[in-house]
Write a protein that binds this ligand. Structure first.
Ligand SMILES: *[C@@H]1O[C@H](CO)[C@@H](O)[C@H](O)[C@H]1NC(C)=O
Ligand SMILES: *[C@@H]1O[C@H](CO)[C@@H](O)[C@H](O)[C@H]1NC(C)=O
Length: 260
């Protein structure tokens, strides 16, 4: 069987990416408040920089619930994503699916397992742990999973437990109008998930028996099935983090973020 990964017309419409207006322009508007209590608290050459950053990160976590406009962060509890469309053809899984009105709960309930600034190479490494992320949305699915036809539309729910997110951001310093800014050069994202339970309601036009056995099949095999999604999800996360950091780093100078 052809094992190469083919992704066609993958469309992920993140709420934040949808706001494509230049962040530097936004920051010049009247009601944009560049002063934020979160940034500039930690000194760049403080030997305890990582501990300080971790503390600030924990403060931000509480504010994330309602969003932090000065940091271009939308409300995270829940995080709303208008739509994710997927067109998968990996041999085992061949289907078109779309998820609409996605709500993610639990994203602000993380622990910072690692947070490490490497000032020499302007690199940031962080590992976050989420005990439980709950998703609800509307879905449509049409295709085949391991030769079994799957078709349906309706509400769906999924729980992801013990999610570990490992993010490495590599930056470069650039000078713009006599100010030093950071610019993202590369982002690596990797995640591990402890367990997934999922429920697709109204599969097969609401046929109870077929629907239950397919849901059972998906839940029993989530580990194999979700590996197919890994490249797509990691790419989506990378783009999401890139777009958020780009906005932050165009508005705040290196000194705003980490004073000397
Ligand atoms: C994953 O969740 C299912 C359903 O709750 C449970 O039966 C299974 O034991 C869990 N697996 C792990 C590794 O926790
Ligand atoms: C997800 O967890 C919630 C409780 O937090 C539970 O009510 C719901 O049934 C779970 N859904 C699935 C699909 O496991």
């Amino acid at each position: 069987m052809n094992k190469t990964y083919v992704l066609m017309s993958v469309k992920i419409l993140w709420l934040m990416v949808a706001i494509t207006t230049n962040a530097r322009e936004i920051s010049k508007t009247k009601n944009f408040n560049k002063k934020t209590s979160f940034l500039g608290q930690c000194k760049r050459y403080d030997p305890k920089l990582n501990a300080c950053a971790r503390r600030v990160f924990n403060e931000i976590k509480e504010q994330l619930v309602h969003g932090i406009p000065e940091l271009f962060l939308p409300p995270f509890e829940p995080l709303r994503i208008p739509e994710i469309k997927m067109n998968q053809d990996t041999g085992g899984v061949c289907m078109q699916s779309s998820y609409k009105d996605i709500e993610l709960y639990g994203l602000t309930d993380f622990t910072v397992k690692e947070l490490d600034f490497d000032l020499v190479n302007t690199k940031l490494k962080t590992i976050l742990e989420f005990p439980k992320i709950r998703m609800q949305s509307l879905y449509t699915i049409d295709g085949k999973i391991m030769m079994l036809p799957i078709v349906g539309a309706g509400p769906c729910q999924a729980n992801f437990t013990n999610v570990e997110l490992d993010v490495n951001i590599l930056c470069e310093t650039v000078s713009i109008e006599n100010q030093v800014y950071l610019e993202v050069k590369d982002i690596e994202v990797h995640y591990e998930v402890g367990n997934v339970t999922m429920h697709l309601i109204d599969l097969f036009n609401g046929d109870k028996a077929l629907s239950e056995s397919m849901n059972q099949y998906i839940n029993d095999n989530w580990k194999i099935l979700s590996e197919d999604l890994r490249p797509l999800l990691e790419k989506a996360l990378r783009e999401f983090i890139k777009s958020s950091s780009d906005k932050l780093l165009t508005v705040y100078t290196y000194r705003d973020l980490l004073p000397e």
